[in-house]
Design a protein around this ligand. Sequence first.
Ligand code: CAA
Length: 246
Amino acid sequence: MQTRVAVVTGGIGGLGSAICQTLARAGRRVIAADLPGDGSRVEAFLRETADTGIVFEPLDVTDFDACAALVRKVEAEHGALDILVNAAGITRDGTLRKMERSQWDAVLSVNLDGVFNMCRNVVDGMTARGFGRIVNISSVNGQTGQFGQTNYAAAKAGMHGFTMALAREVARKGVTVNSVSPGYCETAMVMAVPEEIRAKIVESVPVGRLGKPSEIARTVEFLTHDEAGFITGANIPVNGGLFMSF
Ligand code: CAA
């Protein structure tokens, strides 16, 4: 099997970093794209993953031109971009009555506009070459809604609508587009939820614990495999049974 090139946005974040490592250890050439911050998080990530060959590229997914430039750079330096995982995501929780316009805009622009910005820039290459795997990291809270998350739930549900529509557009061209909807996992994002609220949520998870980022990553690895070409437009819940549905 040829070495596939994968870009993971939010690539040094809670889920993104696990996804990068799992894909790299499964033989993909992985580019972790994320905000560089002050550099210390990037350095720690690169130290921890030194044996995997993961490359870091700075990226703000809300910037369409920056996404276009990243795709061009990756293709010039590493070859055709085969796999895109949109894992960049933020929360700005608050009940709607208290939500500022800036909280709405921030969440929608990273979590949803970011998906458009990246997909728009990879779709021509993937369809022209007849191969592509796109995975959008949505959330159980996009499926159920969550108290204090009108912004996040709207963005995450929107991601899956986007997934299904794009899946139809590119299905005949060897490109699959799927969503993964994680439940509550061991990430900084979830640890930022006040302890007593988090404890109640964990209590309501049938599996009885938080998910591990590696469990999300394994699902992404499966969906991005060359042999996963008949799965498209799907949403794969990985939530410990928190939300069960057909
Ligand atoms: N359902 C119903 N009522 C609730 C509630 C709930 N889940 N949570 C709080 N309330 C009630 C409170 O009891 C309180 O009632 P009273 O006014 O009668 O006392 C009231 O609502 C509190 O309202 P406030 O506007 O004052 O809320 P707050 O400012 O104290 O906190 C919040 C609001 C910040 C959203 C807080 O509830 C919170 O952090 N909730 C957790 C949100 C969450 O789960 N986020 C997930 C982040 S991780 C993630 O998103 C990853 C992923 O994909 C899974």
